[in-house]
Every structure is written in structure tokens, then in C-alpha cells.
Design a binder for this molecule. Structure first.
Ligand code: CAA
Length: 510
């Protein structure tokens, strides 16, 4: 991270002094800088001369006194308060009195660091995101002691680097990590409980929520030890069970499986590329005959999708006789059950009967029919998207979920599997994260623009959580959260009052 930050500053035409703890670490830092800028040269994003200029702007040293003339010092040492305090004591000694001292901490309290220095008014947080040269967000953290001028200077410098500064107070996880890590940890818990596999969860979040990486690939990028530290710090403040580090994470850290940096985390990183790409379906196999039952936007979108994929679409119970797959797309559970019962009576033997709601257990709908063994959940997190989540129940007959996945594949859908649990994968992971964002907004820690910028610019999300809530519908968010709460009785899943209030008032968050 230190090398990444040095590169960002040098790319911004600033003279940089990079300090490392010893000569070996210094060489590793130099290697990082050369590889990262070299990669940009290879991609034609930087000339060799440009690379040389960037590297020439960085002086590497193991001597703290070389920082004597710096206007700003950014500390990026490991996340241990005793170590940070020692480093800041040294910086306090060698730096000019008017120099601003910043910590890139992602989990420790900036105030805790500030109070042990002789210049608490000049201590700020500057939190970069991984990989620092790519991610556009920098969180600038002011403590209750920081003077406004120090914050303004740092925010202006960040803007001058072509990044976006979001200035916020000193709370564990700040904005982005506070929202990101509840989700990452919940994904690890989902894996731990056997709800879905690593690959299915990663694929679901990319294909179903448009994220640049799935949670396990991202934890490997961040470093599992760092993830654990951040979760411990956030949990110490929030006391929210969703932040209590999952054993799936802790076990790997104890075993030294730290992610990309150690070559093995949730994935093995052997340069062979990500193994989680969805399998291609066979284009030669004819598209299936599909019954799409129900009225409303979901039914329309599913029928349109099946038609575009070349499938023959039937829309009434009387026409279901030759269907390979019947998808119930009713607008509420009761209507859906009635349609499913009718479909079970008229569909041919061997047809798969699919339930689309992720808020009513599939098993409840299946048991209402005379053929529960043929029923699976088939959830489309985005009605017009390309991901289908398939859930088998405890009574789904062997091979039926495989047939459902094959049929959905022939309709051009990417499929993932999970157990019959509220929210399947995507909704179960995204709505609690969105709820956290609404709670943060409700608490006044950050505004809607700052929250959305944190997730789009810091974590590469296609849109921010407040915009997502308005797009997906606050009533849908509340319905999914209530289903998750009913299933788990975990208070963290209860809809935050701001959401419930906006639903009652029929007003979007923005
Ligand atoms: N260092 C420097 N540049 C890098 C890089 C790295 N490690 N990884 C990728 N890049 C650059 C590439 O050179 C490329 O640049 P150009 O477009 O100029 O050629 C660009 O990033 C895209 O790279 P790729 O095409 O190889 O890969 P991609 O499109 O899959 O993007 C990614 C990779 C940018 C990492 C993207 O997957 C992403 O945005 N992932 C989410 C990352 C994220 O959430 N980060 C925040 C984590 S939380 C955190 O860091 C805070 C904390 O406290 C722990």
C-alpha cells in the first residue's frame, strides 16, 4: 500500500520521500514501484520516459530524518496501535512543526494516534483503497482535535492527484469499510454455513449485482489478515454480530493463508487466472419450451428474455403440457402458490417447476403442490439481468436442480446454486449492506453523495447504495430484510427506521 501511495503522489508531480524499515523492505518497495509503473508502460498508458520521471521523483530511504522538509507525511505501517504510535512519535521529532502527519489506517482510531503526538491538531487520516493507483476515492478523516486548515490542505492535495476526497469523522471503518466489511464477512459466513460455494457466491455478486469482483476474490486482494483486523476494529465499535469475524476467515489467517500476498487465501493464486468463470452452455442444444406464469414487470421481463433466447414461451396454465420449465412469476406469494399448484397439475412429467420469490421459502410453495420433488427456486436478482440463482429444497428430487440449471443455461442465463434460504445469494448479501448504508445516512455520519462516492470510487461498485435503494425499491428492501430477520432473528437484518419511514411515506431516499 505504501508503494502504491508513493506512486500516486509521484504521478501527481510531487516529490516523494519513501521510508522503509530496512534495506530488504526498501528493495521490495522499489520492486513494487517498478512493476506497477512497468505494467502501465506495457499497456501503453505511460511512456518509458514518463515512468523514469515518476520513479525519479521518489527518493527511497531508511532514515526518518530524510522526512525533515516534508509538508505532509503519510504513514502506512501495519495496523498495530503500538507500532503506529512509535512511528508518529518519531515523525513528531523529525518533521517540521507545520507538517501535517497522516495515517493511512483502515481500522485504528486516528484520534488514538493523534492524542499521543505533540501536534494533535495536525493529525488526519488519509485512507486509500487497493490498488491505490487505480481506485479514485480517498477518505480524509478529521478527529475532534484536527484543525480545519489541515483537513482542507489534505483534501485539496487529494483532489490535485485526480482522486475524490470524502471528508468524514473518526469512526471504525469510516464509510467504505464500514459498509464493505459487513458484506464480506457475511459472504464468509454464508460459505461457512454451506449455503453456497465460494465460486457460486463470487459469480453471483459479479453477474447479479454488477460488482467488479466477488467477495472472496476481493478479500484475497485486500489480504485476509487486513480483513480480520478491520472486522475486529469495526466489531469492537458496532457490536454487530455481522462484524464478528467468520471462522472461515480467522482459520485461514491463522494458517498463514493471507490471499494474493501469500499466494493462497480463499483462492490459490498461481498465475493461472480466476477459476470462477461460469461454464458456457452448449449453443447447439435447442432452447427450451418455457411456461411463464403471472402478470407484472417480472413476468414480462422473464417472458421477453426467454423469447430473445429463442425459447418458446407459454403464458397460460392451459398451454403448459409440453413445457420443459414452468416459471411462476406472480407478484405475491399467495398468487404464486395458486399458479404453481395449477402448473403442477398440467405440466408434463419431467418438467421443472420454478418459484421466483426469494422472500418466501421455496419449500412452502413446493409442499402446496402435488409434486414438490419437481420444484426449485429460480431467482433473478435483476428482472432484466442474466443471473439465475437456483435453490433446491430438502425434497427436490435428485437431478431436478441440475435440469433447472441446464435449462436456464440454454436460455442464456448464468446460473449459481444455493440452499433454500431467504434472499438466496445476491439479495441476502446486498440488502443488509444497503440497510447499513441507510442506517449510516439516518445517523448523519455521512451524506448520500459521500456514501455513494465511497462505494463507487473506493470499491468499483457500478452504483452507490443510496442510489441502489431508490432503484431497487425501498419496499423490496424492507420485504427482503424482514424475511432475513424472520429466518435468522438477527437484529442486524431488521430494516433500519429510516427505510421503514420512507416506505410508509412513499418517498425515495434522495
Ligand atoms: N496496481 C496498479 N494498477 C493496477 C493493479 C494494481 N495492483 N491492478 C489493476 N491495475 C490497473 C490496470 O493496469 C488497469 O489499468 P488500465 O485500464 O489503465 O490499463 C486497470 O487497473 C484495470 O485492470 P485489469 O484490466 O487488469 O483488471 P480489472 O478490470 O479486473 O480491474 C480492479 C481490476 C481495478 C482491481 C477491479 O477488479 C476492481 O475495481 N476491484 C474492486 C477493488 C476494491 O474493491 N478495492 C477496495 C478494497 S477495500 C480497501 O482497499 C480498503 C481497505 O482498507 C482494505
Amino acid at each position: 500500500m505504501g508503494a502504491g501511495i508513493a506512486e500516486v503522489l509521484a504521478r501527481g508531480d510531487l516529490a516523494v520521500v519513501g521510508i522503509e524499515v530496512n534495506a530488504d523492505a526498501l528493495e521490495r518497495g522499489r520492486g513494487h514501484l517498478e512493476r506497477s509503473t512497468g505494467r502501465a508502460v506495457k499497456r501503453g498508458r505511460l511512456t518509458e520516459e514518463g515512468q523514469r520521471e515518476i520513479l525519479d521523483r521518489i527518493t527511497l530511504s531508511v532514515d526518518f530524518t530524510d522526512l525533515g522538509e516534508c509538508d505532509l507525511v503519510i504513514e502506512a505501517v501495519p495496523e498495530r496501535l503500538d507500532l503506529k504510535r512509535r512511528v508518529f512519535a518519531e515523525l513528531d521529532r523529525v518533521c517540521r512543526d507545520d507538517a501535517v502527519l497522516a495515517s493511512n489506517t483502515s481500522s485504528l482510531s486516528v484520534t488514538d494516534i493523534a492524542v499521543t503526538t505533540g501536534r494533535p491538531t495536525k493529525i488526519v487520516g488519509v485512507h486509500f483503497f487497493n490498488p491505490a493507483p487505480v481506485m479514485k476515492l480517498v477518505e480524509v478523516i478529521r478527529t475532534v482535535l484536527t484543525e480545519p486548515e489541515a483537513v482542507e490542505r489534505v483534501a485539496a492535495l487529494v483532489d490535485g492527484l485526480g482522486k475524490t476526497a470524502v471528508t468524514i469523522g473518526d469512526r471504525a471503518g469510516f464509510v467504505a469499510n464500514r459498509l464493505l466489511f459487513g458484506y464480506l464477512n457475511q459472504a464468509a459466513t454464508m460459505l461457512e454455513s454451506g449455503h453456497a460455494t465460494r465460486d457460486d457466491i463470487d459469480t453471483a455478486m459479479k453477474a447479479g449485482a454488477g460488482l467488479p469482483m466477488g467477495p472472496f476474490a476481493l478479500m484475497d486482494l485486500i489480504g485476509l489478515d487486513t480483513c480480520l483486523e478491520i472486522l475486529e476494529a469495526v466489531h469492537a465499535e458496532s457490536r454487530d454480530r455481522r462484524h464478528a469475524p467468520s471462522p472461515a476467515l480467522r482459520e485461514r489467517v491463522t494458517a498463514g493463508l493471507l490471499g494474493r500476498k501469500s499466494g493462497h487465501g480463499f483462492y490459490v493464486h498461481d498465475g493461472q487466472g480466476s477459476p470462477d468463470e461460469p461454464a458456457e452452455h452448449d449453443a447447439e442444444t435447442p432452447a427450451p419450451i418455457v411456461g411463464v406464469l403471472g402478470t407484472g414487470p417480472l413476468a414480462d421481463a422473464v417472458a421477453a428474455h426467454c423469447g430473445r433466447a429463442g425459447g418458446q414461451v407459454r403464458t397460460t396454465a392451459a398451454e403448459l403440457g409440453d413445457c420443459d420449465l414452468v416459471i411462476e412469476c406472480a407478484q405475491d406469494a399467495e398468487a404464486g402458490r395458486a399458479l404453481l399448484v395449477a402448473a403442477a397439475e398440467s405440466a408434463k412429467e419431467g418438467a421443472v417447476l420454478a418459484v421466483t420469490s426469494a422472500t418466501v421459502p421455496v419449500i412452502e410453495q413446493a409442499m402446496a403442490t402435488g409434486r414438490p420433488g419437481d420444484v426449485v427456486g429460480l431467482h433473478l436478482p435483476e428482472a432484466d439481468g442474466t443471473l439465475a440463482e437456483i435453490a433446491a429444497t430438502v425434497v427436490t428430487a435428485p437431478g431436478v436442480a441440475d435440469r433447472a440449471a441446464a435449462l436456464a443455461g440454454r436460455l442464456g442465463l448464468t446460473t449459481v446454486r444455493c440452499r433454500d434460504r431467504a434472499g438466496f445469494i445476491v439479495d441476502a448479501l446486498r440488502f443488509p449492506y444497503l440497510n447499513d448504508a441507510a442506517a449510516m445516512l439516518g445517523a448523519g455520519y455521512a451524506g448520500a453523495d459521500a456514501i455513494d462516492a465511497a462505494m463507487t470510487l473506493g470499491c468499483g461498485y457500478p452504483s452507490g447504495p443510496i442510489a441502489d435503494l431508490d432503484r431497487l425499491g425501498l419496499d423490496r428492501a424492507v420485504t427482503v430484510l424482514r424475511a432475513l430477520y424472520a429466518e435468522t432473528r438477527d437484529p442486524a437484518f431488521a430494516p433500519t427506521p429510516l427505510l421503514a419511514e420512507h416506505v410508509t411515506a412513499a418517498r425515495p431516499l434522495r
